[in-house]
Design a protein around this ligand. Structure first.
Ligand SMILES: Nc1ncnc2c1ncn2[C@@H]1O[C@H](COP(=O)(O)OS(=O)(=O)O)[C@@H](OP(=O)(O)O)[C@H]1O
Length: 305
C-alpha cells in the first residue's frame, strides 16, 4: 500500500447511520457499486448525493478493504459487515478513494467478482456480484492543491507549525522540473491508474467530471442512476446553493441531524501557489490529460484553461 503524504483516511469524521425500518428483510449486502477514487476529487459529495436515491444505500466510512492487506485478510464476511442494512431492491455502495492508486485493489476485486464472495452466514454459499466502478476526476493541478490544503490544515489541527517547505519545494526537483515520483503528482496521472481498472472492468466504469459534480450535482447523480439502471429520482429540486459554503447542499440530508451540507473539511479554501508552479504543472499534465481523455472518450476541458 502506497504511503503518501496525503491523508488516506480523508474524511474519517463520517459516522455510520444507515438503519432500515424493514428489518425483517433487510440485511447487510456486498456493495455492487464502488467509488474507487480519486482522492480529493469529490468522492464524498458523490456518495452522499447518491444516497438521496431511495434505492441506494452506502457505507459511511471508507472501508479500505481491497487496498489494505490487513483489512483484506479479515475476509469477505467482515467486508459485508461494514455495509449498511439494505433491502433486496437497493444497491449498496462504498467509496474508498485509495483503491484507485492501489496495485492490488483492481485485481482483488476482479478475482472476487469472478469467483464469488464466500458468505459465512450461509454455509458454503457464494454470492456472485457484478461490480460497477465509479470514478470522479478533477483537474490534476486542482487535486494537488486540494491535497496540499488538507496537509496544511491537518498540521494546524495537530498544533504543528506550517511546513518549512512550500508546495513548489516539494513538487519541483532541483532542476526545476516536476517530480513525477512525488505521490501527489503520481496520483494525478490518472491514465496510469485508469489503465489497471480499464483492463479488468472495461464497459463497467463510469467516469464523473468533478466540475460537473460541483456545478450540477443532480446531473452527476443522474449518470449514476442510469449506470446502475435505477429510475431517475434525484433532480435539481433536491439541492440548494449555499453561498456561504460556495457549494450545493441537500435540501433533505439523511441520518441523525440530517446533515445537509458536506463536512467543513470539504470545500476548503486553497492556498495560493506560484504562477511558475501552476504553469509547470499544467505543462506536465497536458499530455497525460489528453491521453486520458482519449482513453475515456470524453474531454473535461482541463487543458483548455
Ligand atoms: N457539494 C459539495 N460540497 C463540498 N465539497 C464538494 C462538493 N462537491 C464537490 N466537492 C469537492 O469535494 C472535494 C473533496 O473531495 P473528496 O471527498 O474526494 O476528498 S477525500 O479524498 O475523501 O478527502 C472538495 O475539494 P476542496 O474544495 O479542495 O476541499 C470539494 O471541491
Amino acid at each position: 500500500r502506497e504511503k503518501a503524504d496525503e491523508s488516506e483516511y480523508g474524511d474519517e469524521e463520517y459516522e455510520e447511520y444507515a438503519v432500515n425500518e424493514y428489518s425483517d428483510i433487510s440485511e447487510k449486502r456486498f456493495p455492487k457499486a464502488i467509488i474507487v477514487g480519486v482522492r480529493k476529487c469529490g468522492t464524498r459529495a458523490l456518495l452522499q448525493f447518491c444516497g438521496l436515491h431511495p434505492q441506494i444505500v452506502h457505507a459511511e466510512r471508507e472501508i479500505h478493504f481491497f487496498n489494505d492487506k490487513e483489512n483484506f485478510q479479515k475476509g469477505t464476511t467482515w467486508y459485508r459487515q461494514q455495509m449498511p442494512l439494505s433491502l433486496p431492491s437497493q444497491v449498496t455502495m462504498e467509496k474508498t478513494p485509495g483503491y484507485f492508486i492501489s496495485a492490488d485493489a483492481p485485481n482483488r476485486l476482479k478475482e472476487l467478482m469472478n469467483k464469488g464472495y464466500i458468505d459465512n452466514s450461509i454455509k458454503g454459499a457464494r454470492k456472485m456480484i457484478t461490480h460497477k466502478i465509479i470514478l470522479v476526476v478533477r483537474d490534476p493541478v486542482d487535486r494537488i492543491v486540494s491535497s496540499w490544503a488538507q496537509i496544511l490544515e491537518n498540521r494546524v489541527k495537530k498544533g504543528l507549525p506550517p511546513p518549512s517547505e512550500t508546495l513548489e519545494d516539494r513538487i519541483l526537483n532541483r532542476g526545476g522540473r516536476v517530480n513525477r515520483h512525488h505521490s501527489a503528482v503520481r496520483t494525478s496521472i490518472y491514465l496510469k491508474w485508469y489503465r489497471n481498472w480499464h483492463r479488468l472492468f472495461r464497459g463497467r466504469i463510469l467516469v464523473i467530471d468533478a466540475n460537473e459534480l460541483v456545478e450540477y450535482p443532480w446531473k452527476s447523480v443522474q449518470k449514476v442512476e442510469d449506470f446502475l439502471e435505477l429510475p431517475n429520482l434525484v433532480d435539481e429540486s433536491e439541492f440548494y446553493f449555499n453561498s456561504t459554503r460556495g457549494f450545493y447542499c441537500m435540501n433533505n440530508g439523511k441520518g441523525p441531524g440530517r446533515p445537509k451540507c458536506l463536512n467543513k473539511s470539504k470545500g476548503r479554501e486553497h492556498p495560493p501557489i506560484s504562477t511558475n508552479l501552476r504553469k509547470k504543472l499544467k505543462q506536465f499534465f497536458y499530455i497525460y490529460n489528453n491521453a486520458f481523455f482519449k482513453k475515456i472518450n470524453q474531454d473535461f476541458g482541463w487543458n483548455r484553461n
